[in-house]
Design a protein around this ligand. Structure first.
Ligand SMILES: Cc1cc2nc3c(=O)[nH]c(=O)nc-3n(C[C@H](O)[C@H](O)[C@H](O)COP(=O)(O)O)c2cc1C
Length: 222
C-alpha cells in the first residue's frame, strides 16, 4: 500500500511544465536514468522498436520549439521507431492499422515523465507536428509533388516559416536514417513556473481532473 501511495503522489504531482530555468542543466546521468525508464516500458509483441535521440544543444532545441509555447527547455528526447523490423514491414502491408508504435511511444513517454518527476526534473510531452515527420522521399514522389515540396522548402528557408525546419533539422542536418520514423517528443528542464493544478487552464479548460466516477462510462458487474 505504501508503494501505491508513493506512486499515486508522483503521478498526481507531475505537471506539464513549459517554462524552465535556462541555467540549470540536466546531468547526463539523469538523462540516462530517464531513458532507462523508457526502455522498460512494454511494447506491442515485445518488438522493442523504439529508438531515441537526445538533444541538449540549446540552439537546436530553441529552433525545434519555435512553434511551441515552451521556454528554455534544456534537453529534448525524440522518440522514433525502426520501420525496418520485420514485424513493422508486415504491419505496413496489413489492412488492419493499429497505431502500435504510437501506443508504445505513449507508454514509454509516460515512464519517462514519471522518472523525470521522481528526479525533480520537469517535462512537457510534445505533440509532433506534421513538419517533424519524415520528409517525403523525393525520388519516389511524382514530379508535381516534388516541385511543390521544393517550392515549400525554399519558401520556408526564405521566410523561416518553421514548417519544414523540424524535418530538415532532424533528418537532414543530423543525418537520421529515414528508416527511423519520428513518433513523439518530450522537452525537459528544471521548471521556473509550475502550473497550479487547482487554477491552471489549458485552452480554457481546467487541468484539474474530474472524479474517477465521471470518467467511467459503464460498470458491468457480475
Ligand atoms: C500526446 C500528448 C501531446 C501533447 N502535446 C503537447 C504540446 O504539443 N504542447 C504542450 O504545451 N503540451 C502538450 N501536451 C501536454 C498536455 O497539454 C497536458 O498533459 C494537459 O494540458 C494536462 O496537463 P498536465 O500534464 O499538467 O496534467 C501533450 C500531452 C500529450 C499526452
Amino acid at each position: 500500500m505504501l508503494e501505491y501511495e508513493s506512486l499515486s503522489q508522483l503521478i498526481r504531482r507531475r505537471r506539464s511544465v513549459r517554462v524552465y530555468n535556462p541555467n540549470q542543466h540536466i546531468s547526463w546521468d539523469d538523462l540516462i536514468r530517464i531513458l532507462e525508464a523508457a526502455i522498460w516500458a512494454p511494447t506491442a509483441s515485445n518488438q522493442q522498436e523504439l529508438r531515441f535521440m537526445i538533444i541538449t544543444d540549446r540552439q537546436a532545441i530553441n529552433k525545434m520549439l519555435s512553434v511551441k509555447p515552451l521556454k528554455n527547455a534544456t534537453a529534448m528526447i525524440l522518440i522514433f521507431y525502426d520501420t525496418t523490423l520485420q514485424y513493422y514491414r508486415d504491419y505496413k502491408k496489413s489492412k488492419v492499422k493499429h497505431p502500435l508504435p504510437y501506443l508504445d511511444a505513449g507508454a514509454c513517454s509516460m515512464n519517462m515523465l514519471l522518472a523525470a518527476e521522481s528526479l525533480g526534473i520537469h517535462a512537457c510531452w510534445l505533440n509532433v507536428v506534421p513538419s517533424l515527420k519524415r520528409p517525403r522521399d523525393k525520388r519516389s514522389s511524382k514530379l508535381i509533388v516534388r516541385i511543390i515540396h521544393t517550392l515549400l522548402e525554399k519558401l520556408n528557408h526564405f521566410f523561416n516559416l518553421g514548417y519544414f525546419t523540424y524535418g530538415d533539422l532532424i533528418y537532414r542536418k543530423w543525418l537520421i536514417p529515414r528508416k527511423y520514423q519520428i513518433l513523439t517528443a518530450i522537452a525537459f528542464g528544471y521548471g521556473k513556473f509550475i502550473p497550479d493544478i487547482t487554477k491552471a487552464l489549458h485552452y480554457g479548460n481546467p487541468i484539474m481532473r474530474k472524479s474517477v466516477e465521471e470518467h467511467i462510462i459503464k460498470i458491468y458487474e457480475m
